[in-house]
Design a protein around this ligand. Sequence first.
Ligand code: TLP
Length: 345
Amino acid sequence: MAERLVDLRSDTVTKPTPAMRQAMYEAEVGADVYGEDPTVNRLEEETAALLGKEAGLFVTSGTQGNLVSILTHTEPGQEVVLEAESHIFYYEVAGAALIGGLQLRTLPGNQGAMNPAAVEASIRPTNIHYPSTGLIALENTHNRSGGAIIPEENVRAIAAIAAKYRVPLHLDGARLFNAAVALGKSAAELAAPFDSVSICLSKGLAAPVGSVIVGPRDWIERARKWRKRLGGGMRQAGVIAAAGLVALNTMVERLAEDHANAGRLAEGLGVIPGLTVVLPQTNMVLVEVEGARITGEELVQRLRGHGVLTGTIAPTKVRFVTHKDVTADDIIYTLKAVEKVMKGD
Ligand code: TLP
């Protein structure tokens, strides 16, 4: 038996706080499909206000938030421009293609950021042969780039192109609050260039379930219909929205702690022979084992033997994610475990 269990697979593994459980117990609820759940309504209003948008919609997950947003912005047969390593393209089970009838046009990124000139070149001119460009989507922070923050000037440049060609701009902001805290900016500032934003309550903010999408009021009303069509019309959902409100109101500032832990972890891992580590901007550490005498999967399996849970994102790349259930002591323990594994213990 390992001395302790440190779960660094994802910030989605966080357990709800006692305050969340209490709020869930006490939540005032109603029939949300009728628009009558006061707690859901409050969560939607507060999230929209925090992100500087007119209205919000509580959805079951980040995947559903992105899909509902994409479906609401587009028509079947259109093209969506997005980065090649984006979560929507990589990990959302081709929902946009299957359910939306959309073609996804991926562009290479630099730490998740697409080149604005390439985005402009990808916009389809009118031509009998071409689909029309229905949406541009960005992701901030960028998961597969290790929680990288998309530079604000890059977002502004792409937003200007989107406006020039009248193409809507969506943000997968599953971890937008991580970016906001790391930059010392408000989430509203970072959300301002986008027509719609999806944020997750169930990642670093530690709520058990749920995401919220925000945008213009009429757009949200159309999104509500898509959510219903996808089976996401919930009933007394105030029980889970209550935890989301606690997440939004009490769990944002503490993300700085996760960033500090990720920084300490990266520094420690960086001096272990055989590992290449990029210093993280937020709460994810990507470790490259290429050239070491171990594959990513072997590292993951051996760490598991020490009670440290991680995951690979490529054959030679292991991801460590910090979150509120990982302490500074857990980081020290993890570093010792990695050292042992890399020495062959
Ligand atoms: N990411 C999960 C896995 O799906 C990979 C993780 O462990 O990181 N956008 C981004 C940027 C995400 O990282 C995720 C989840 C989602 C959307 C989807 O959210 P859920 O899991 O709530 O559907």
